[in-house]
Each structure stands twice: as structure tokens, then as C-alpha cells.
Write a protein that binds this ligand. Structure first.
Ligand code: TYD
Ligand code: MG
Length: 458
């Protein structure tokens, strides 16, 4: 007889309790505890063991670290350089990769594209779409469908059984939130289902050395839906993001046991799938028109990739007593701080003005070195003096109006040089070890905002 157990699980951290409470005592989140019914089965009828019948694995024993052989784990290179980059050089055998992202951002497209382009046996399991729908999408992508198997199913046991007999090189699960394990009686997507199914896939991946890609949904506030344990279980967490009104998509590494987390892949969503973008700056700067006031180009870094992005500011007289401040792609509080610095240290007046700030291309920038371009765009709009579009900026602005040093200045200079910019403004503290003679772009080192003002606007 299966044992029925009722538990209360936190959707945020995955902790379980015997009683309901308004606040989770483990992670202190409010209203995250939900009732779940778990049917525990005796080991004999446990569905988990069905797919493992054939596998004969020796019991592991402790080994000396120097006896452990390396070089045996394979990295499978894909045809997609952006994906190779975020995975740290390729797909590692037996690894488990979680891809999170908002609905409609292109997760299924990315995975199907991977399945169709690889010269390997792929099993693509979808719990969200029918086989015909997948076929239609594949036709749209226009790739050869040599060795890609598809299956529309949501049962964990059947997926693992089929996978065990098919022996694919890569297993792709389209959305962990739709998969159900038969010995847990709670709804698909609930904490215990997600936890159970993902740890089962993890075991499968490790025991068979097959890489498993899992697609995961994302909650309203941008976290991967399901308990945090999911992120702990998997080896790599990738986040697919972008503004749905634009075509650019960014694939970001959040966690990677086999490589760096500062990597980033950039794609463009076309009519026939996702296209890799190897030169993001060219894409983002292509709409440059005649020099207009209120626009400045920032030499930023996304992860470790240099990218030149246009920042735009509009400072206009406010009709209301409380002026508006609005920013797209930039932190509003940081904008407030930059305005305060400009007022207090440089004597500008923004009090009666509405201020709108926009980072071109729908991209969100967290790099502090974008400050300098934003300050210049603000001054340019306020004074109505346009900046030459051959100039770009990189520098963090401090509270006393000083320009603080930035990371990897040399890489930014190289990118500006490559794209044919005439001048780049960088913090003077970054000039150590940089030889201006090596570049065609003129490097202007600045230490204070006043110096920039005198050079560009006075
Ligand atoms: P999809 O991969 O279904 O998103 P997710 O799995 O993350 O929910 O992508 C759906 C969107 O992508 C959809 O709005 C249509 C668009 N799209 C294209 O623009 N071009 C294409 O070739 C494909 C396949 C989809
Ligand atoms: Mg999908």
C-alpha cells in the first residue's frame, strides 16, 4: 500500500513543513508555503527503479585525487559559437544544464535548433507542444533533421525508459514544470514534483554520461520557477533574456561548474530562428544618424565582452510641479545619484525638468562604466549641444564628481579602435600600462567631470 503524506512546501526555497505558516521559517519569504500531497511507494513498486534495471554500476569507492584521471570527460562542440562560449567551451558529458527565461523568449527554439544542428542522436521531449507543432517549428528553422528524435510526453518514468532504450547522445526536456513523477501526487510544476523530477534526471545524466538540457519557466520577478534547490542540483544555469519588442536575445551564464560565469551569448531572433551575433556593437550602433543632442556612446562590458551602446537622454521642462524621472535599461536610483552629483558638484540645475533616459536596443546594462556616457548625454540634452558620434565614453562617476577607474579598460579601447571611433574618454587611473601609440583612436584620460565639460561643452 502506498503511504499518503501531506506536506507544506515553500515554493521559494523548497523547505517542507508539517504545518502551514504565513512565513517560511527557512528563507523568511511570505506567502510561499503551499500544501502538497505526496504518495510514497514501497521500494518494489517504485517507478524510479524501472529504468535502472539494466544498468550495472559498481559501488563507488574513495580514490586518491591524483589517481583520478582527467581528460576523459568530453566536451562536445556545437555549431553555435555563442552556446559553446556560455557553456565554457562545449557540452560536457553527463552534465545537466538548466535554461530559464520568460515565456516566448525563444528557449524552445534555441534547444530545437541545437538538436537539429548537431551531428548526434538527440531526444527532444516536449511536454508543452505536440510532435506536429515541433515539426512545424523545425521546418521553419530550415535545418536538416537527420538524427533528432521527438516525443511529446510528460511522464518521468516513460521518458527515462524510452531514453534508456534509445540511448541518445543528448536529452532535451522542454520544461521541467510539465513533467510528472508517478509516485508524487502533487500537480506538475509544484515544488516536490520539480525537485523529484530534476534529481531523477540528474541521476540519469550522471549514471549514463548523457548531457541533459532542461528548460525551466521563470516567475514574475525573474527567478527560475520552482525551488532554489533546482539551481543547486544542476551543473549549469543559463538565463535567456531580452525585450520581446526587440530582436536581440542575451544568453547569460548564472552558474557554471565547468567554466566562467562572466560569459555571454548574443542572438537575434529572425523569421527562421535564432542567429548568432558575433559583433554586437555593429548591431547596436547601426542606427546612428546625424549628431543630435542628448546622445552619447558608452563603451561597456557585458560579462567580459566589450560592447558599444548608445545612451540617450531627454531633458525637458516639466509642466507638473513634481518632475518625472524615467529610465529604460538603467537603474532609476543610479540616475538620481548622477543627477545629484551634476547639481551639487558641477552646478547644473535639473529641478524643473522631466528627465527620460534610454539605453538603445532594449538592453539592460549593469556595468558602472556606463555612468560617464549617461552624464554626457544628460549635459548634452540640457545644454542642447550635440556630441560628435565618433566619441565614446567609459568611466564610473563617483559621488564627488570624480571619474573612477573601470575594469578592463584596454578591451574597451580595443573595441572602440576596431569600430573606427576617433576619441575615447577613459579614467586617468586606468592609463597605467596602456600605450596610446598602439591605437588609432585618441585616448583622453580624465579625472573629473569638470575636465570633460571643459573639453566638450564649454
Ligand atoms: P519559443 O521558442 O516558443 O519561446 P519559449 O519556448 O521560450 O516560450 O519562441 C517563441 C517566439 O519566437 C514566438 O513568439 C515566435 C518567435 N519565433 C521567431 O520569431 N522566429 C522563429 O523562427 C521561431 C521558431 C520563433
Ligand atoms: Mg517553449
Amino acid at each position: 500500500m502506498p503511504k499518503v503524506q501531506k506536506v507544506y512546501a515553500c515554493t521559494s526555497c523548497g523547505s517542507t513543513f508539517s504545518k502551514w505558516a504565513g512565513q517560511c521559517s527557512a528563507c523568511q519569504e511570505w506567502n510561499t508555503i503551499q500544501e502538497e500531497v505526496i504518495v510514497k511507494q514501497s521500494p518494489k513498486e517504485n517507478a524510479k527503479n524501472v529504468w535502472r534495471k539494466g544498468t550495472k554500476k559498481e559501488k563507488p569507492r574513495p580514490k586518491k585525487l591524483k589517481q583520478v584521471e582527467t581528460g576523459t570527460t568530453l566536451r562536445r562542440k556545437t555549431h553555435d559559437d555563442e552556446l559553446n562560449r556560455v557553456l565554457g567551451g562545449g557540452i560536457v558529458d553527463g552534465s545537466m544544464v538548466l535554461i530559464g527565461g520568460e515565456p516566448g523568449i525563444g528557449k524552445s527554439t534555441l534547444m530545437l535548433q541545437l538538436g537539429l544542428s548537431l551531428n548526434a542522436k538527440i531526444l527532444y521531449v516536449s511536454g508543452e507542444e505536440s510532435e506536429e507543432q515541433i515539426k512545424m517549428r523545425a521546418n521553419r528553422l530550415g535545418k536538416s533533421m537527420s538524427d533528432c528524435f521527438v516525443m511529446a510526453d510528460t511522464s518521468l518514468t516513460n521518458i527515462l525508459l524510452q531514453s534508456q532504450s534509445l540511448e541518445p547522445d543528448i536529452l532535451i526536456i522542454d520544461s521541467i514544470q510539465t513533467i510528472t513523477s508517478p509516485h508524487i501526487d502533487s500537480a506538475p510544476g509544484s515544488v516536490s514534483q520539480v525537485r523529484e523530477c530534476s534529481s531523477e534526471f540528474q541521476r540519469y545524466a550522471k549514471e549514463n554520461g548523457i548531457p541533459v538540457f532542461i528548460i525551466g519557466h521563470i516567475t514574475k520577478d525573474g527567478a527560475i520557477a520552482g525551488p532554489k534547490v533546482l539551481e543547486h542540483i544542476v551543473d549549469v544555469v543559463l538565463q535567456f533574456e531580452g525585450d520581446r519588442n526587440y530582436t536581440h536575445r542575451i544568453l547569460r551564464t548564472i552558474k557554471n561548474r565547468f567554466g566562467s560565469t562572466s560569459e555571454l551569448g548574443i542572438y537575434e531572433m529572425n523569421g527562421n530562428g535564432l542567429r548568432e551575433v558575433s559583433n554586437p556593437s555593429e548591431l547596436l550602433l547601426s542606427q546612428k544618424e546625424a549628431d543630435l543632442s542628448g546622445s552619447a556612446i558608452a563603451a561597456t562590458l557585458e560579462g567580459i565582452r566589450p560592447m558599444l551602446i548608445e545612451t540617450q537622454a531627454l531633458v525637458s521642462t516639466s509642466v507638473y510641479s513634481s518632475p518625472q524621472r524615467s529610465a529604460t535599461g538603467f537603474d532609476l536610483r543610479r540616475l538620481g545619484m548622477l543627477l545629484a552629483v551634476l547639481e551639487k558638484r558641477c552646478g547644473f540645475q535639473f529641478t524643473g525638468n522631466d528627465i527620460f533616459l534610454n539605453i538603445a536596443g532594449g538592453i539592460k546594462v549593469n556595468d558602472p562604466a556606463i555612468d560617464l556616457a549617461i552624464v554626457c548625454a544628460l549635459i548634452s540634452s540640457l545644454e542642447d549641444i550635440s556630441l560628435n558620434s565618433n566619441i565614446c565614453f567609459a568611466g564610473e562617476v563617483g559621488l564627488s564628481g570624480e571619474i573612477r577607474s573601470i575594469q578592463r579598460a584596454e578591451q574597451r579601447i580595443q573595441e572602440a579602435n576596431r569600430l573606427g571611433f576617433k576619441q575615447i574618454f577613459v579614467p586617468k587611473f586606468n592609463m597605467k600600462g596602456i600605450d596610446p601609440k598602439n591605437y588609432d583612436v585618441e585616448i583622453i584620460a580624465v579625472g573629473k567631470l569638470e575636465e570633460i565639460y571643459n573639453l566638450l561643452f564649454a
